[in-house]
Write a protein that binds this ligand. Structure first.
Ligand code: ADP
Ligand code: MG
Ligand code: MG
Length: 252
């Protein structure tokens, strides 16, 4: 079973008055088959963690390690990370002019599988996955992210998960603009992918809302650029009831 290990990760960004440390020693282990939720207040560095693992050039790792089965993820190019079995939704371009969803997904699958999926079988695979997500078939012919609503972006993300079958998926739930129906579809998608027990999920979120539908095995409270508390699903319930107040005092 694949294991993603983050050890004492420190990350800085370039601010106006020099480098500013955002991640201050993150420790986290995610195994295939497990679902982890990272929960924390706005500005605590959750997205920075996701971007850093994705290899976003704006984020400089100053110390610490990220490994997948002992392999140095930080030394890998973005494509290599995907081939190694990491799924990082945000590593993909925001908009891909002139590239249809169908072609985009086939290119991604080709990169990961090492050979292009047979066209007919692929079209069928995509159609079936879209059906499961309640997506209109015409979606496959639209250009990637062009005019996508928040819900469509999320569905596209889950569609990628279903088709690319990563070992570890990192989903940064900005929780923005997802109405309750979209949230349910997305949650059902995540749960369906989890059922096979072959994916480890790191679900990053500010609100407890999605955790009513996707039950995490582990919850990590993230404050001031590091994990300050860990527990099971009961921790999410505590946060829902009380907010981050007590951790803010303890964490910074
Ligand atoms: P979260 O996702 O938990 O809301 P972020 O990771 O987005 O937190 O941001 C954490 C802190 O790092 C914030 O203070 C934010 O302003 C700062 N930050 C994040 N990315 C950048 C960047 N590219 N340049 C400058 N500051 C950044
Ligand atoms: Mg440290
Ligand atoms: Mg964020």
């Amino acid at each position: 079973m694949a294991t993603l290990e983050i050890r004492d990760l420190h990350v800085s960004v370039e601010a106006e008055n020099g480098p500013r440390e955002i991640l201050r020693g993150v420790d986290l282990t995610v195994k295939q088959g497990e679902t982890h939720a990272i929960m924390g207040p706005n500005g605590s560095g959750k997205s920075t963690l996701a971007y850093s693992i994705a290899g976003h050039p704006k984020y400089t790792v100053t110390s610490g390690t990220v490994t997948l089965d002992g392999e140095d993820v930080l030394a890998m190019g973005v494509d290599e990370r995907a081939r190694a079995g990491l799924f990082l939704a945000m590593q993909y371009p925001v908009e891909v002019p002139g590239v249809s969803v169908s072609n985009f997904l086939r290119t991604a699958a080709t990169a990961i599988r090492g050979e292009a999926p047979k066209l007919r079988a692929w079209v069928k695979e995509v159609r079936e996955a879209m059906e499961r997500l309640g997506m209109d078939p015409s979606f496959a012919e639209r250009n990637v992210n062009e005019g996508f609503s928040g819900g469509e972006k999320k569905r596209h993300e889950i569609l990628q998960l279903e088709l690319l079958k990563p070992k570890i998926a990192i989903l940064d739930e900005t929780d923005s603009g997802l109405d309750i129906d979209a949230l349910k579809v997305v949650s059902e998608g995540i749960n369906r992918i989890r059922e096979a027990g072959e994916v480890g999920v790191l679900l990053i979120t500010h609100y407890t809302r999605i955790l009513r539908y996707v039950k995490p095995d582990f919850v990590h409270v993230f404050v001031g650029g590091r994990v300050v508390e860990e527990g099971g699903p009961e921790l999410a319930e505590l946060l829902e009831a009380e907010g981050y107040e007590r951790f803010l005092k303890a964490g910074v």
